[in-house]
Write a protein that binds this ligand. Structure first.
Ligand code: HEM
Length: 404
């Protein structure tokens, strides 16, 4: 057994944009002590991580997974996923939901949503400019844009959006008390459930193109499945995208040379976004699997019942896969990065997320050419131990009046 077996996960990092030092020092697959007492694993090597994610002998069933972070809830054993919570299901149940959803997240649907992404981006930037310098980029921009986009995709009508946006902001705010966070989840569930009821009754106008209206019309899913599905998509579609927008802005504000490349090369924005995804890999402790059988990987045996956390930020800095991995280089090809995962659970919303990041980041820097941090970089609060890495606030300032 590795001599670090007894140590829990350490999260000290050299800069806000680098993975924890302790994880970088580990071999590609090593033992990790989980806060609930489980002796599990952490994968940090690119090829080991990819192999585990592609292997059907590993499960995402919630009741089998241990949590590598979050001491306070370590002793609560998770319950099996309710109907519709497909990220925590294995094939074939998982496959059924992915099939139902795939058309709503494909490149064609994302192209249809592009005008709406541009519109919401423009509105958020207008409001930020009107509010004046300085501003918190998280509340002004990074949270509202993805919240509105996912509402558009789901077909949440205007009258329900405010409630969802307000509750999502509470859920994303780590200063919220646990009671407020639970209230926010219940409020979103109530809104989604009410909407499903109105869709079934045919009393919602203007939501016909949305995913929820389509799903109701097919008649394949129960109200419980539909409500849970709506919740899953609101949650997964929102926090990672808002985290990437804020952290992506932060890293570009501290790296003027790369930022200038983004502004100069609109055609290269897609490539730049890919590199930001690789470099920042914000799903730091969220991607986990539990072995359903004893599996030999990289000369070690992960026993049935043992959980492995896939440390994507470290795998995406593996020098065996990416040359000079600690350099942010917006011009490189980062194809093959694992920031969206790999295998059957690979991110359903990846085309949408890419479009949002490309449109929102280029519009932000186009509109505020002299945008800068309003505080020292080490005063920006980061979410060290949370499953999705990011910043809670990003105070920014500007002098010139922004281009309209
Ligand atoms: C799954 C990352 C945006 C929906 C995943 C996974 C990763 C990921 C790594 C794999 C989880 C696993 O294997 O356990 C990201 C990042 C995003 C992003 C970095 C933003 C930059 C989105 C968006 C949506 C979305 C916009 C839209 C709804 C989902 C869903 C899953 C998923 C539903 C579960 C898929 C499944 O289990 O089959 N995401 N995601 N994500 N993502 Fe994303």
């Amino acid at each position: 057994i590795d001599d670090r077996a007894a140590s829990p996960l350490e999260t000290d990092r050299p800069t806000p944009f680098d993975p924890p030092v302790e994880l970088r020092r580990r071999p590609p697959l090593s033992r990790l002590a989980y806060p609930d007492g489980h002796l599990g694993w952490v994968a940090t090597g690119y090829s080991v991580t990819r192999a585990i994610l592609a292997d059907p002998r590993f499960s995402t069933r919630r009741e089998l997974l241990h949590q590598p972070v979050g001491r306070e809830r370590a002793h609560e054993r998770p319950t099996p996923a309710e109907p519709g919570i497909f990220p925590h299901m294995d094939p074939p149940e998982h496959t059924r939901y992915r099939r139902l959803l795939s058309a709503h997240f494909g490149p064609r649907r994302v192209a249809e949503l592009t005008p709406a992404i541009r519109r919401y981006t423009g509105q958020a930037l207008d409001a930020m400019a009107d509010g004046g310098s300085p501003a918190d980029l998280v509340t002004a921009f990074a949270v509202p844009v993805p919240a509105l986009v996912i509402c558009e995709l789901l077909g949440v009508p205007a009258e329900d959006r405010h409630a969802i946006q307000a509750a999502t902001a509470v859920m994303n705010d780590l200063d919220s008390t646990p009671e407020r966070a639970v209230e926010a989840v219940m409020s979103i569930t109530g809104t989604v459930r009410g909407l499903i009821g109105r869709l079934r009754a045919g009393t919602v106008m203007g939501a016909e193109d949305g995913l929820l209206a389509h799903a109701v019309a097919t008649g394949d899913l129960t109200d419980e499945e539909l409500t849970n599905l709506g919740m899953v998509l609101l949650a997964t579609g929102h926090l990672p995208t808002s985290s990437m927008l804020a952290l992506g802005t932060f890293v570009l504000l501290t790296n003027p040379a790369e930022r200038a490349r983004l502004s100069a090369d609109a055609d290269g924005a897609g490539r730049a976004v890919e590199e930001l995804l690789r470099y920042l890999s914000i799903l730091q402790f969220d991607v986990r699997r539990t072995a359903l059988a004893d599996v030999e990987i990289d000369g070690q045996v992960i026993a049935a019942g043992e959980t492995v956390v896939l440390a994507l930020p470290v795998a995406n800095r593996d020098p065996a896969r990416f040359a000079d991995p600690d350099a942010l280089d917006l011009g490189r090809s980062s194809v093959g990065h694992l920031a969206f995962g790999h295998g059957v659970h690979q991110c359903l919303g990846q085309h949408l997320a890419r479009a949002e990041l490309r449109i929102a980041l280029t519009a932000l820097f186009g509109r505020f050419p002299d945008l800068r941090l309003a505080v020292a970089a080490d005063e920006v609060p980061t979410r060290e131990r949370s499953a999705v890495y990011g910043v809670d606030r990003l105070p920014v300032a500007w002098d010139s009046s922004p281009h309209r």
